[in-house]
Design a protein around this ligand. Structure first.
Ligand SMILES: NC(=O)c1ccc[n+]([C@@H]2O[C@H](COP(=O)([O-])OP(=O)(O)OC[C@H]3O[C@@H](n4cnc5c(N)ncnc54)[C@H](O)[C@@H]3O)[C@@H](O)[C@H]2O)c1
Length: 441
C-alpha cells in the first residue's frame, strides 16, 4: 500500500477512536425506522428527506417551517412517498419537545443552523445539518461542543466528501503522482450581471417573517431573499464564498494533514452589482460579486476566487479546485469529474467521470445519508463529521471576516482566536436579536 494512503487511513481511524473516548454511549440502535424530523422544508431540505425515505430507515414524524406553504407542500409529498403523516410545526422547540425525534435534519438558511442543531443534540437526536455549519465561527464551535457533549452523530451536508469522483481524485492526490503540491486554487464563476434594487413587500401569506429572521437582524421582507436568495444577504449567510467556497475548501481540508491556516486575507466588492441599497422601500443583495481570499497554510497556499457575472470561457473549467504540483495539475470539478494534466507533455492525462446519485441536482446526498445511518448504527464518526466540517466551515467565515475588516488576520487555530486584533475577534460572534441568545462555548 502506498505510504500516503496508509497514513490517511491511520489518521482517519485514530480520529474515530480518540474522538469517541469518554463521550456518552448510545442505547442499542433502534430496530427498524428512526423517528425523523425535518427543520426547513425548502429545496434542499426536501432533497435530503426524499433520500432519507428512499434509504428505508426513516419514519417522518414531523416537519417544521416558518412558511405554512412549505409545510403543506412537503407534508403532502411525504404522505405520497411513504404514507407517513408528519405533524406540522412552526417552532422547532415545540417540535423537539413534543415529537422527540431520533433524527433531525436541518436545512434552514445558514443563520438558523446553530440553535436548532444544538437543541436537537441536547434533546438526544442525531443530526444531519446542512453546510456551512453556521454563520459565525463561534456558533460552529458551540455546535461541535454540543455534539461532543451529547455523544450524537452529526453529519454535515458536505456531500463532496463521499462523491465517487472526489474520492478517486483524493486517492490520486495521495498516490504522489501530482508531486509536491505548493498551491491550490479554488474558484467558481457565473453569469450574473448588474443589479437594480427590488421593492420590499409584505411577506407571503402564512410566512412568519419575524421567525425566519430569528436571531439575525429583522429586515423588511424582500422577495429576492426567500426562498434561496438569502445566500447573498450577509445578515443571513456569507455570500458565494460561504455557499460554494465551503465545498471546495473542504476538499483542501480533506487532502491536507494541516488543521487550519495561519493567515487569511480577502478582498473584493461589487464592481458589477453596484452599491448596496437597503432601506424601508427597496433592497439589493449585499454580498460581494467579486472576491478573492487567500488562506496561507504552513506548507501551501490556497486561494479562492469568484465572480458572479462572467464565467471562464478561456479556461477548461468553471468551478472546482486546481491542485498544483511538481508533476502536474489535478483538477477536481463538479459535472466535469476530475482530470490530471501532467507536466510532461508526453505523459497521458488521467481522468475520472463524475457520478451522482442524484443527476438532476448533481449531488451525492444518498450515500452521505446512508453513511449517516451506518454511523449511528455502528457508533462511529460519519464521513462529513461535525468536527471535520467545523474546520472547513470556519474558513469561509474567516475569509468574510477579513473582507469586512479590510485587512489580513493571523489565526491561532488551536485557540480559535485571531492574534492581536480585538476588533477582528469581536466578529467571531455577533449579538443575537432578543429573545434569542448566542450559544455559549
Ligand atoms: N449540500 C449542498 O450541496 C447544498 C445545496 C443547496 C443548499 N444547501 C444548504 O441547505 C440549506 C437550505 O438551503 P435551501 O436552498 O433549501 O434554502 P430555502 O430558502 O429554499 O429553504 C430554507 C427553508 O427554511 C425555512 N426556515 C427558515 N427559518 C426557519 C426556522 N427557524 N425554522 C424552520 N424553517 C425555517 C424557510 O422558510 C425555507 O422554507 C442551506 O444551509 C444551504 O446552504 C446545501
Amino acid at each position: 500500500m502506498n505510504p500516503n494512503r496508509r497514513r490517511f487511513l491511520n489518521t482517519t481511524a485514530a480520529l474515530g477512536a480518540a474522538a469517541w473516548a469518554g463521550t456518552p454511549l448510545w442505547g442499542a440502535p433502534p430496530a427498524g425506522k428512526f423517528r425523523t424530523a425535518l427543520i426547513g422544508c425548502g429545496w434542499w431540505g426536501m432533497n435530503i428527506l426524499r433520500d432519507a425515505l428512499a434509504a428505508g430507515r426513516s419514519k417522518v414524524v414531523a416537519l417544521c417551517d416558518v412558511h405554512a406553504h412549505a409545510l403543506e407542500v412537503s407534508a403532502e409529498e411525504v404522505n405520497d412517498l411513504s404514507g407517513d403523516q408528519p405533524k406540522k410545526y412552526r417552532d422547532y422547540r415545540e417540535m423537539l419537545a413534543k415529537e422527540k425525534p431520533e433524527i433531525v435534519i436541518i436545512a434552514t438558511p445558514d443563520h438558523w443552523h446553530a440553535l436548532p442543531a444544538i437543541a436537537a443534540v441536547a434533546a438526544g437526536a442525531h443530526v444531519f445539518v446542512e453546510k456551512p455549519t453556521s454563520h459565525t465561527v463561534q456558533e460552529s464551535r458551540a455546535m461541535l461542543n454540543a455534539a461532543t457533549a451529547a455523544g450524537r452523530v452529526v453529519q454535515v451536508g458536505l456531500h463532496r466528501r463521499i462523491g465517487p469522483h472526489h474520492r478517486e481524485a483524493m486517492e490520486f492526490l495521495r498516490s504522489g503522482k501530482v508531486g509536491k503540491i505548493g498551491m491550490v486554487r479554488l474558484f467558481v464563476a457565473g453569469r450574473g450581471g448588474t443589479e437594480t434594487p427590488a421593492a420590499n413587500a409584505k411577506p407571503p401569506l402564512g410566512m412568519d417573517w419575524d421567525a425566519w429572521c430569528g436571531p439575525a437582524p429583522l429586515r423588511p421582507f424582500n422577495p429576492r431573499m426567500h426562498p434561496g436568495g438569502w445566500r447573498n444577504y450577509l445578515d443571513y449567510a456569507n455570500g458565494t464564498l460561504g455557499d460554494w467556497g465551503v465545498h471546495w475548501l473542504d476538499q483542501v481540508m480533506w487532502w491536507t494533514e494541516e488543521k487550519y491556516p495561519k493567515r487569511i486575507f480577502s478582498t473584493g466588492g461589487r464592481p458589477v452589482s453596484g452599491a448596496v441599497v437597503a432601506n424601508e422601500k427597496e433592497a439589493t443583495t449585499d454580498a460581494p460579486d467579486t472576491q478573492v481570499a487567500v488562506f496561507e497554510f504552513e506548507s501551501f497556499t490556497a486561494t479562492w476566487e469568484h465572480r458572479r457575472y462572467a464565467d471562464n470561457p478561456t479556461e477548461r473549467h468553471g468551478v472546482g479546485a486546481y491542485f498544483y504540483g511538481t508533476q502536474g495539475v489535478l483538477h477536481i470539478g463538479w459535472r466535469d469529474g476530475w482530470t490530471f494534466y501532467p507536466t510532461d507533455k508526453n505523459a497521458p492525462q488521467a481522468h475520472g467521470n463524475p457520478r451522482f446519485d442524484n443527476e438532476k441536482d448533481g449531488h451525492n446526498n444518498p450515500p452521505l445519508w446512508r453513511d449517516f445511518i451506518d454511523a449511528i448504527d455502528h457508533k462511529r464518526r460519519p464521513a462529513a463529521d461535525i468536527e471535520l466540517a467545523h474546520r472547513s466551515s470556519v474558513l469561509p467565515m474567516l475569509g468574510m471576516l477579513s473582507y469586512k475588516l479590510g485587512r489580513s488576520i493571523q489565526w491561532d487555530g488551536a485557540k480559535e482566536q485571531i492574534i492581536g486584533d480585538a476588533a477582528a475577534n469581536a466578529l467571531l460572534r455577533r449579538d443575537y436579536r432578543a429573545p434569542w441568545q448566542y450559544p455559549k462555548i
